[in-house]
Design a protein around this ligand. Structure first.
Ligand code: ADP
Length: 248
């Protein structure tokens, strides 16, 4: 992808921890409505890459250009979130004591920092947005239940709904299918594909069945750089990829 059309462009990014290169001259471009699956053996640098994009880790070299003009390597985490980059960690983080609906409402209002308004009357516009979000993440029928009563998979969806409430342009998702039932896994692949119709999604994933389900371009990292990139069939048939997976 040319730099100007990519939503995210990592250019020669290196991260060094005590002399060890967790990322080594990593370059990668993600399009505006693209979903990309990131695979690679343990220690390949997947988490470090996400940390660089969200501003948690500052690279020693390279830059990370977002929307053609913001260098993420010069911004702090809060400013990066404000630009429209949302990250979902593997363990769901929801407000267990609140209902599903109030979790979504809180996220809609999160930028206003006025917690009391969470329990004020809903406006019609707000109601519509909540309904659309609940529908999207397949939780409309669960809206009145406390989040604590949801299944693990449903909590993952709720958190995705909370992130979507913030209207991210780029959503980073870490192993969304871990611990899910087969049905939930298939539904999650559908959900992510729907989300990627209008925004970019980067999914770090170990489960190759799930990656196959996603049906998107795959980037395999190894020792902090891109080892192979392309359709899953092509990447998984690549000799070097086979070697790094079998070699461990
Ligand atoms: P992955 O997510 O692909 O398993 P990581 O990005 O977590 O890989 O880690 C890449 C390498 O960097 C690993 O060898 C890991 O031990 C090392 N690493 C990650 N974070 C740190 C840190 N804060 N300090 C030292 N080494 C780290």
């Amino acid at each position: 992808l040319p730099v100007t059309t990519a939503l995210l462009y990592l250019n020669g990014v290196s991260v060094v921890f005590d002399g060890f290169r967790a990322l080594n001259n990593l370059s990668l471009a993600i399009g505006r409505a693209e979903m990309r699956a990131i695979i690679g053996p343990n220690g390949a640098g997947k988490t470090t890459m996400m940390d660089v994009i969200t501003g948690k880790t500052r690279p020693s070299e390279g830059d990370a250009i977002f929307a053609g003009r913001h260098d993420l390597t010069r911004l702090d985490e809060a400013s990066i979130a404000q630009l429209g980059i949302g990250r979902k960690f593997q363990t769901p983080t929801v407000f267990e004591m609140h209902t599903v609906e109030d979790n979504i409402r809180l996220s809609l209002k999160a930028d206003r920092r006025t917690l009391p308004t969470l329990f004020a009357r809903k406006t019609a516009a707000e109601r519509e947005r909540i309904d659309a979000l609940l529908e999207r993440v397949r939780l409309k029928d669960q809206r009145r239940r406390p989040a604590s009563e949801l299944s693990h998979g449903q909590k993952q969806w709720l958190e995705i709904g909370m992130l979507l409430a913030q209207e991210p342009q780029l959503l980073l998702v870490d192993e969304p299918a871990a611990g899910m039932t087969d049905q939930e896994t298939a539904d999650t692949a559908d959900l992510l594909r729907e989300i990627a119709e209008t925004r970019a999604v980067v999914v770090v994933e170990h489960d190759m069945t799930f990656v196959r389900d996603l049906g998107v371009k795959v980037t395999c990292l190894h020792e902090g750089s891109v080892l192979a990139e392309g359709p899953l069939d092509q990447v998984s048939a690549d000799e070097r990829v086979v070697e790094v997976y079998l070699g461990r």
